[in-house]
Design a protein around this ligand. Sequence first.
Ligand code: ZN
Length: 307
Amino acid sequence: MKQTTLRKEVRCSGVGLHSGQKVEMVLKPAPADTGVIFSLLTKSGRQVVVPEPGRVVGTGLATTLGTERAKVSTVEHLLAALVGLEIDNVLVEVDGEEIPILDGSASVYVYLINSAGIRVLDRPREIARIKRSLVFEQEGKRVVAKPYNGLKIDYRISFPHPQIGTQNFCFESTPLTFSHRIARARTFGFMKDVEWLQKNGLALGGSLENAVVFDDYGVVNPEGLRFADEMVRHKILDFMGDIAVGSHRLWGHFEVSCSGHDFNNKFMRYIFDNQSEYLDFVALEEPASVSSCPDPVLLPAGVPAWA
Ligand SMILES: [Zn+2]
């Protein structure tokens, strides 16, 4: 359970979901105890943003981190990839205000991190582990958090759409399970919302290249879905990114129902504001628990949800 970083720097470019503008991002190795730090190129030079629950300044469409001087949007898929592949320390340089949306999943970040390689550092990894069960609930959204040696997420979504309905997914995070089961799941939205957003100058970079879009009947994307239950898997990806804004990697068993970026952040603020009650900060010698989730049904890429 030592800390890790990247072996070398890697870079990519792509459009930002909000602005539609091209942005470039570089991931660089960082020393032990650095954590994940964003270095943003602004008009007044480089500004640093360190993730904290209280530095989430926007949750519409995506999660935005910021200070008075700088902000960076759409951080959640990258942060999820860093948690999923167990990378502790990295400097993220961005030449704009958004992380590139790429294909709307974390698959390119996983590819980049694997291309860079992982360096194990000579410093123990400290975990924030849920020490007491709690139910955090508001307006039909719910996170139940329980003590657990690892990161396990049971997620449930329910959308009144004929091709989504209710989906459940149980996920125990390891680098392998994250890469195979969660990283490729894309963000999704509805045609009527996309039209409204783009008319109002929002989600200008959103397209069928980086999101699964539903009309009233089914999936608009000609290639269909990557998994029959891609939507609930993507919600797990978002949750992993949204709980990665704490000072430490978070361990626990989370049963999540109908949450989103805003509620995920409210949950994080609550447990970190009350950390003496809910969190143990421990440097663990032993590896995490072995998976206790059933194997998901695997369908070939492109099979629509209703197949
Ligand atoms: Zn997402």
